[in-house]
Structures are given as structure tokens and as C-alpha cells.
Write a protein that binds this ligand. Structure first.
Ligand code: XMP
Length: 511
């Protein structure tokens, strides 16, 4: 039983999971509950601290989420972030929140008036990340204003007796340069948190949850060979051993040599039984003539599930499906408050009439956390540090219509790029590096002849969690070598270009 729990109360903020992740980084256990939780339920959980998240609403609006007012009488320290701070101010006696004359979005400089409590040892004029249209105009009783910015008069409010704090900015995002120190002050100075929780505890809890839920039932796992589905299946295997069957669907949209490599690693190094399903023709047929990226994802997502259902029906009694869904898949698919960017095939692409129940032990984790778990579980390095590869595979790297000829061109060009990156020793520091085949041709000259061929777009990015990414500044001689090799070795390609756009405004994949 974890003693040292931090409870995050979610008001629909974009960053609630990021707050949870920051707390895990401090080796402290955290959980997220909806703002609808009652004070009695909180008392039963008995957390050492409460954090109120941000949210898209205005506290002054008619339907804005509020909380059970008794929560303020539990004697538990509270940190309110953005909306969370405004909610505290509006619910506690004397406080007033109003729409600001001028909203504040992006970077701001925090002027610290009193470096106590959560601002202990934080230097003046530190950069913070703001995103608000309302502001606290009158402090509630017992609070003092300990920091401001040029635009916002109350940027941090404190009631040090009750250990209630409010910050108008977002300490959980990395653009708030001292955000981690501020959260650290709150947890360790104000709430006496102990750093005693580890990823091994996470694994242990997940294993227990899975064995409690699944009992004697059979489970199948969709394995892609990537780090997410491998780690997910390894956790489930620890929980239920032979009740698990892993299924590797080869949709024909994998990289060159990948299917063989995945089978080898799984069977030889993992020792987990693997069913191999060759569904290349099936997927290609379904995708014929399809141009729209979202439609491609939906078709692939649905086809995956149909194949799993078919395989599950062969395994008598299989009722559960393990997926390696991670948090960035969930948030980008728009299923948690945030706007939909792409319906990742394993989230937004799932059919509604699905017979299998999902088990997703990594759903709330970020990629680097998944890698940590992989290491704790002792998975081979080549799996743990494999670059992410999207479930729909090369279907979303061939822009427009897909056919087997284009697939071969892309696989060959991509293999050269990956090989050169690997040989330059850059695979690990680069988040993803891959080739894209656009739906256009251009004129070139080879020998003395005119060519009219495809360009290949190279994409390489650096990132921590795929939520944002910078284009990788690859050495020119590496790019030159890759370009030479691709135009010489891959038929029908006469031009190579390098994508130098970050995310945002672009995304990592082209579709
Ligand atoms: P974007 O292109 O949205 O990608 O910046 C962020 C990360 O997600 C991967 N990605 C996907 N993964 N199904 C997946 O499993 C998908 O439909 C999908 N679309 C993008 C992408 O490779 C990157 O790592």
C-alpha cells in the first residue's frame, strides 16, 4: 500500500498527465481524479497533497467545474495551477476572479516578491509559461501575493499557514524553467513527501491489476515489435503467463526486413509464443484508391481489430486484447479534452462494435517512461531503444494512394537512410528518422537522359515525448551520402529533400 500519494484533481486541463509525470519523476506516487470527487472520497484516499489542474473553462462562466467545498477543510495542502488557482480564489472567502483586460499566453518573466514556500530559492525574473484569460483580482482571506508578472498582478498566491498555494503559470511544462523546482518545493518542503516510489512499483501494480481483472481468461496481444507493444506484452506476460498469446500482424506496411527481425527477437530472445499472421494482401486491397490519411488510419485500425477478433476466436475463450497505447496516442486522438490532431489507429481508429476488452497498461505513460519500464523488465536494448514506428506504418508515409511499387521504393530508400543513421551512431539521440514518398514527380537528368521520377523526403527529429519535436541538424556529409545512395540505388528516385520543420507547426509524420 502506497503511503505517500499525491492526488491531482482534473478540471479538463491539457497538461494533467504531465503533472502526474513530473510527480513520478520525483519518485512519488500520483493519481488523477475528476473534479467531481467528494471530500469524503478524498479523505479515504488520504493523499499528502492535492494539485488542482488547469482547465479550458472560466470560473466565472455558468457551467464551469467546481469542487466540493469541504475539500478545503480536510487539512491537506493544495497547489492550484492556472484554472486551479482561480477556482481556489473564487471559492475561498474574499477572493475575486475576473476576465483580464489583457490575456497572457506564452513566456513571461516572474518577479518574485517573497521567496518563501513554493518559491523558496527560486531566482527572480525566471521564465514561466502562461496561458490564461482570467485573473485573480482580489486575494481570498489569509493569502498573500508573492509574485507577479508584467501583465498579471497575482502570479503566485500563498496561504502558508494552511499550505494553500496558487500559481497562474504552468510549472509542469518545461518552458517554465524552474517549474520542477517549484513543484519540488511544494511536495518536499511543504508536504513532506518521501521519494520512495519507483517504476518497479508501477509494474507491480499493473501486474496485480491485470491478474485481478483477467482471472482465468485468455488474452491476446497485438504485437508490432516496437517498444510500446513489447513492453505492454512483457508486463501482461508477467501477470498471466501462458494465458497470453501474442499476435504479430504483418500488414505489409512495415520497413524493409522488419517482419523477420521482429519474429526472431520475440521467439529467440523473449521466449513468448508468437502467432504470425500474413495479412499483406488483405490490407493492400482495403487501401486501394484511398488517399485521405484519416481514412487510411480508420481502415487499418479496423482491419487490425478484425484480424485480432478472428485470431481470438481461434484461441478458445480469449476475451481481452492488450495494446501498447501510450499517452501521446491518447491525447493526439483528442480523447482527453485536447483537440484531435490525428486519430492514432489504436485509439481513434478503433471500431465501435468491438468484441474484445482492452488492456492498456501504458495508456497514461510517456515514451521515455515506457523505455524505463522496458529496462526495469530487462528487455533487450534493441527493443527498448527502437525508434517509434506508427501502427499504420508506411501507409502514412506514402502520401496519397498506396501501391506495391511505391511501397518497395519507400522501403528501399528508408533502409538506406536508417542504415546510414545507425552507422553514424545517431540512432539513439534521434527520436525518429525515416523516408517519405510524396505523390509527385519532378524532372532530373541522369547520364545524358531526362528523368521524371519520385522525390524522397527525409525526416529526422529530436524529441522527448513526440508532443513537440525539433528537426535534427544532421551533418551535411551524412545527408550527402544518403542522397547519393538513394538516387543511385533506388529505381525511379531522382531527387532527395530534407524536411526542416519542427512540431509544431508540422507534425512528425507527413500524414
Ligand atoms: P505526429 O505525426 O502526430 O506523431 O507528430 C507523433 C508520434 O506518433 C506516431 N504516430 C502514430 N503512432 N498510430 C501510431 O501508433 C498512428 O496512427 C500514428 N500517427 C503518428 C509518430 O510516428 C510519432 O512517433
Amino acid at each position: 500500500m502506497v503511503e505517500n500519494k499525491v492526488l491531482i484533481i482534473d478540471f479538463g486541463g491539457q497538461y494533467s498527465q504531465l503533472i502526474a509525470r513530473r510527480i513520478r519523476e520525483f519518485n512519488v506516487y500520483s493519481m488523477i481524479k475528476s473534479y467531481k470527487i467528494s471530500s469524503q472520497e478524498i479523505a479515504e484516499i488520504n493523499p499528502i497533497a492535492l494539485i488542482f489542474s488547469g482547465g479550458p473553462n472560466s470560473v466565472t462562466g455558468p457551467d464551469s467545474p467546481h469542487i466540493d467545498p469541504d475539500i478545503f477543510n480536510l487539512g491537506i495542502p493544495i497547489l492550484g495551477i492556472c484554472y486551479g488557482m482561480q477556482l481556489m480564489a473564487s471559492m475561498l472567502r474574499g477572493g475575486i476572479v475576473k476576465k483580464a483586460v489583457q490575456g497572457e499566453y506564452g513566456k513571461a518573466s516572474l518577479h518574485i516578491k517573497k521567496d518563501t514556500g513554493i518559491l523558496y530559492n527560486i531566482e527572480d525574473k525566471t521564465q514561466v509559461w502562461m496561458s490564461h484569460g482570467d485573473q485573480v483580482v482580489k486575494l481570498p482571506e489569509g493569502f498573500e501575493n508573492i509574485a507577479d508578472t508584467e501583465v498579471t498582478d497575482v502570479a503566485v498566491m500563498a496561504n502558508s499557514k494552511k499550505k494553500f498555494y496558487g500559481v497562474q503559470f504552468h510549472p509542469e511544462v518545461l518552458h517554465t524553467l524552474k517549474g520542477k523546482d517549484i513543484l519540488h518545493n511544494f511536495l518536499f518542503r511543504e508536504c513532506n513527501a518521501q521519494a520512495e516510489w519507483t517504476m518497479a512499483d508501477y509494474i507491480y501494480e499493473e501486474i496485480n491489476k491485470i491478474s485481478d481483472e483477467v482471472k482465468e481468461e485468455k488474452v491476446i496481444c497485438g504485437l508490432s515489435g516496437g517498444v510500446d507493444s513489447s513492453v505492454a506484452s512483457a508486463i501482461v506476460y508477467k501477470a498471466i503467463k501462458e494465458q497470453l498469446t501474442c499476435i504479430f500482424v504483418d500488414h505489409g506496411l512495415l520497413r524493409k526486413g522488419e517482419a523477420k527481425e521482429v519474429r526472431r527477437t520475440f521467439e529467440e530472445e523473449f521466449n513468448i509464443p508468437l502467432v504470425y499472421v500474413n495479412a499483406k494482401d488483405r490490407f493492400l486491397n482495403k487501401l486501394t484508391g484511398v488517399i485521405d490519411p484519416e481514412e487510411k488510419r480508420k481502415i487499418i485500425g479496423e482491419e487490425f481489430i478484425r484480424i485480432f477478433e478472428e485470431e481470438a476466436s481461434k484461441i478458445k475463450g480469449a476475451r481481452y486484447l492488450v495494446q501498447g497505447t501510450i499517452y501521446s496516442d491518447v491525447i493526439e486522438s483528442g480523447s482527453e479534452h485536447a483537440a484531435m490532431i490525428k486519430s492514432h489507429h489504436n485509439v481513434g481508429g478503433l471500431p465501435e462494435d468491438m468484441d474484445l476488452k482492452l488492456i492498456e497498461p501504458l495508456r497514461m505513460l510517456f515514451k521515455d517512461e515506457v523505455r524505463k519500464i522496458g529496462e526495469v523488465l530487462g528487455l533487450p536494448e534493441e527493443i527498448v531503444w527502437r525508434q517509434p514506428f506508427p501502427g499504420p506504418g508506411l501507409a502514412i508515409r506514402i502520401i496519397g494512394e498506396i501501391d506495391s511499387k511505391k511501397l518497395t521504393i519507400l522501403q528501399n530508400a528508408d533502409a538506406i537512410f536508417r542504415e546510414e543513421i545507425r552507422e553514424a551512431g545517431l540512432s539513439r539521440e534521434i527520436w525518429q528518422s525515416f523516408a517519405v514518398l510524396p505523390d509527385l514527380r519532378s524532372v532530373g537528368v541522369m547520364g545524358d537522359d531526362r528523368t521524371y521520377g519520385f522525390p524522397i523526403i527525409l525526416r529526422a527529429v529530436k524529441s522527448d515525448d513526440a508532443m513537440t519535436a525539433d528537426w535534427a541538424q544532421l551533418p551535411y556529409d551524412l545527408l550527402e551520402e544518403v542522397s547519393n545512395r538513394i538516387v543511385n540505388e533506388v529505381n525511379e528516385v531522382n531527387r532527395v529533400v530534407y524536411d526542416i520543420t519542427s512540431k509544431p507547426p508540422a507534425t512528425i509524420e507527413w500524414e
